[in-house]
Design a protein around this ligand. Structure first.
Ligand SMILES: *Cc1c(COP(=O)(O)O)cnc(C)c1O
Length: 356
């Protein structure tokens, strides 16, 4: 039986993408070769990577000022590549969770880091709103969706300096005004594809301004110039990502996907707020993530936590356990999560409540 997959990452992929990829793993377009067996310099792969770039450009309406590249090393390597390529003297960071903190740690290797605001005081249960970005910073770094804590910055903010966003877990979940960003990056394994590929959307004129020498593999300009083929890319992961992006197009693009995401998140948050046994981890509805819904057992039912987790497992659900730094539960309801699975979780919550 197919499971209701609430895993945070790697996570659920559309059936369409899995089926298309399964076919290509056995035989790519009748070529008699697997997508894992072809040269990354072949005509077949050239068509795949070019289409991946163009479908992503179309979905997010990426202007020609920005390049799109596919890389390896996950979002974590971007924590280092961003400052390597952009940080001359000082960078500003918004600290909204574990991933932001890790990005901050890496940036400190390259220069001064000013943390403009942090929600650490309340275990990252909100997105700070009152802060000033220093005008002399080389860039301002944000994490648009905090996968672990379940908060999300759902709009494109204004920044007086170039804006850099880690959008690992909410890319392609809504329309984005890419022109407002210098760099948008992320790992693919939350909302685009399998693990093994990362993406970066980069405003080209932001590069080439730091004094330091940059090793080739860490130099955005080299990857842009070589169109993501400086070295062997993750061919199979890029193929699977392309299939997911085609699926997003079939759903009415990011506008269509956004509508479904809002509906899925709304019904789940409504149930969390209604059900006396549970409470949301994020008090302010404005900050609640549409991708990772974090919730805990209400105080008087704390001892029922394991029981509820086991109950969800008995109903064919996986991945509902919260991250250890938050506890409780986390339902990751990325783009590919069907509303039927969200409804199954809601039904389980209702049934658990009536059963006590
Ligand atoms: C998962 C995640 C990361 C880390 O991604 P890796 O590809 O494992 O390096 C970074 N940022 C956010 C927001 C994430 O969700």
């Amino acid at each position: 039986m197919k499971k209701h997959n609430f895993n945070a990452g790697p996570s659920i992929l559309p059936k369409y993408a899995l089926e298309q990829t399964a076919k290509a793993v056995l035989d790519l377009n009748g070529s008699g070769l697997s997508v894992m067996e072809i040269s990354h310099r072949s005509k077949d792969f050239d068509a795949i990577i070019k289409e991946a770039e163009s479908v992503m450009r179309e979905l997010l309406q990426v202007p020609s000022s920005h390049a799109i590249i596919f890389l390896q090393g996950g979002a974590s390597l971007q924590f280092c590549m961003v400052p390597y390529n952009l940080l001359q003297k000082k960078a500003a960071y918004l600290d909204t969770g574990s991933w932001s903190s890790k990005a901050i740690k890496e940036a400190k290797y390259f220069g001064e880091v000013e943390i403009v605001a942090s929600s650490k005081d309340k275990n990252y249960t909100y997105i700070p709103k009152d802060y000033t970005v220093p005008k002399d910073a080389d860039y301002f770094h944000i994490t648009t969706n905090n996968t672990i804590f379940g908060t999300e910055l759902k709009k494109d903010i204004d920044s007086p300096v170039p804006l850099v966003a880690d959008a690992s877990s909410d890319i392609l979940s809504r329309p984005v005004d890419v022109s407002k960003y210098a760099i948008i990056y992320g790992g693919a394994q939350k909302n685009i594809g399998p693990a093994g590929v990362a993406f970066a959307i980069i405003r080209k004129d932001i590069l080439g301004k730091v004094d330091r020498a940059i090793p080739s593999m860490l130099d955005y300009n080299i990857h842009i110039e070589k169109e993501s083929l400086y070295n062997t890319p993750s061919c199979m992961a890029i193929y699977a990502s392309l299939q997911t992006m085609k699926w997003v197009k079939q759903q009415g693009g990011v506008e269509g996907i956004q509508k479904m995401n809002i509906e899925k998140a709304n019904i789940l948050y409504d149930e969390i707020d209604r059900n006396k046994m549970f409470k949301s981890n994020v008090p302010d509805a404005e900050d609640r993530s549409l991708m990772n819904v974090t919730f805990v057992m209400a105080d008087e039912y704390k001892e029922k936590e394991t029981e509820f987790l086991e109950f969800t497992q008995s109903k064919g659900m996986v991945g509902v356990k919260g991250h250890r730094s938050v506890g409780g539960f986390r339902a990751s309801i990325y783009n590919a999560q069907p509303i039927e699975s969200v409804k199954a979780l809601i039904d389980a919550m209702k049934e658990f409540e009536t059963g006590i």
